[in-house]
Write a protein that binds this ligand. Structure first.
Ligand code: AMP
Ligand code: MG
Length: 292
């Protein structure tokens, strides 16, 4: 592969973001501006794939505010207020463990195409995301040929295969994601993962990229029954630290489903970059110092 220049990475990223905005608007979504600080943020509890060292916070105006790890709780708040289909190009800060440097796909600052649909089921999300991936890969292939150089991008064909994690673990063991990702040449869905309190235990999903690039999306149908939400928060030991969300849950959560697509990881796949650091113009990689 020819060397990946910053300008090529920037062009592919620009294409992905431009296409995402067009695609999601075309599907009836409205774009919401990102929130970067909150009284609450995604606690990332119970997701073994995202065990951060700690949640970043700043103290300001006598309040302790969390740096946004993901906007899931804010998305749910808007859905409860009557929003129907929303998406955000959402910058997230996650203080990942330094050893995550080795995975090639963890940064401590990254951007998600984060979306949520009121009253949706997982099948609605599958169809939406499959349409997005098929069309964005085509757009990148056609419009960024010069930037991609010799990277031979496989045509993405929807629909994607769906597997239950239980079955994948039985067949491939705990390393199923790596093995399956390396063996496949199309993305696939994995269902029923171990998850944060807000995701339905059965109806949640990861989308795994082929060629060893691994997870690019996590999402789920959200738990909306107040009692169940409180029980799960209690079981995860996060009831006391999320009082604002508890108050919100008591007022009534509107059912929804959604997910977040990691832009940095998607661009890494499209460009064939070895490490996510190679597709960040200002790399923010766990275990490495920040240059600028
Ligand atoms: P999550 O719901 O925590 O899985 O996050 C949603 C998506 O954001 C993931 O599927 C990844 O594509 C992306 N993502 C999560 N953590 C990171 C990270 N540390 N570095 C880069 N992308 C990430
Ligand atoms: Mg995940």
């Amino acid at each position: 592969m020819t060397e990946l220049k910053k300008i090529d990475v920037a062009r592919v990223t620009d294409k992905v973001l431009d296409h995402a905005q067009r695609y999601f608007r075309g599907e009836g979504f409205i774009e919401i501006k990102p929130v970067m600080l909150g009284r609450v943020t995604d606690p990332l509890d119970g997701d073994p794939g995202s065990a951060v060292l700690k949640t970043g916070t700043i103290e300001y105006g006598g309040q302790n505010l969390s740096l946004m790890q993901s906007m899931i709780l804010h998305k749910q708040k808007l859905i409860a207020e009557g929003f129907d289909r929303i998406f955000i190009l959402s910058p997230n800060i996650r203080l990942e463990q330094p050893q995550r440097e080795k995975t090639g796909r963890h940064a401590f600052e990254f951007v998600q195409i984060d979306f949520e649909i009121a009253h949706a089921k997982k099948e609605d999300v599958f169809e939406l995301v499959e349409g997005f991936l098929a069309s964005v890969s085509k757009a990148v292939e056609t419009d960024c040929a010069e930037s991609l150089g010799t990277r031979g991008l496989k045509c993405i064909k929807a629909p994607f295969d769906r597997y239950h994690v239980k079955d994948l673990e039985a067949e491939f063991g705990p390393d199923w994601e790596t093995i399956m990702s390396e063996e496949n040449d199309q993305p696939f869905w994995a269902l029923g993962l171990e998850r944060e309190f807000y995701d339905d235990e059965k109806n949640n999903y990861d989308l795994i990229l082929p060629e060893g690039y691994g997870e690019v999306l996590s999402g789920g149908q959200r738990v909306h029954e107040t009692q169940k939400v409180l029980e799960r928060m209690e079981a995860h030991g996060i009831l006391e630290t999320n009082r604002e969300y508890v108050e919100f849950a008591k007022q009534g959560i509107v059912p929804s489903a959604g997910g977040g697509i990691g832009v940095d990881r998607l661009v890494r796949y499209f460009t064939g970059a070895e490490h996510v650091a190679d597709v960040q113009l200002f790399p923010r990689i766990p275990g490495r110092s920040v240059e600028f």
